[in-house]
Design a protein around this ligand. Structure first.
Ligand code: AMP
Length: 121
């Protein structure tokens, strides 16, 4: 697969400091911030700072250090938000995944029973 990264996407602009964000946690390689339109009491987005379009791009091409940092950031957010009762991690990709922002992000959702994973149809 080849991936074309658009550096004008909103998360790239957040990473460059061009628009604000509600930061939950920042590391050298990752940023976690609250979603601007939360769909659950906890709705945090975690992004790598590197220019990766989607999850498979990151999984295929990121360095080991980036992958470890990103994964550990997800764990730290889950702990910070007290998600012992459960949560959902989602990463939308591409047209069929209905990805709106073409910079890899996972949604961490929790704080209530979330219902089934996919609506039928
Ligand atoms: P997706 O469909 O997986 O690409 O979801 C993109 C998510 O980014 C949505 O949940 C939006 O509410 C969220 N979002 C878009 N712009 C911002 C922003 N400036 N700050 C925080 N979250 C945002």
């Amino acid at each position: 697969m080849t991936y074309a990264y658009d550096d004008q996407n909103v998360f790239a602009r957040i990473l460059r400091g061009e628009i604000p964000n509600d930061t939950v946690l920042e590391t050298g390689m990752s940023l976690a911030f609250n979603d601007i339109a939360p769909q659950a009491p906890v709705h945090v987005l975690v992004i790598p700072k590197g220019p990766y379009v989607c999850y498979d791009h990151f999984a295929a091409e990121a360095s080991d250090a980036e992958i470890v940092d990103f994964t550990r950031t997800i764990a730290r957010v889950c702990e910070m938000k007290g998600l012992e009762d459960g949560f959902r991690v989602i990463s939308n990709a591409g047209e069929h995944g209905v990805q709106e922002v073409p910079h890899l992000h996972v949604h961490i959702l929790g704080g209530r029973v979330l219902g089934r994973m996919l609506a039928k149809g």
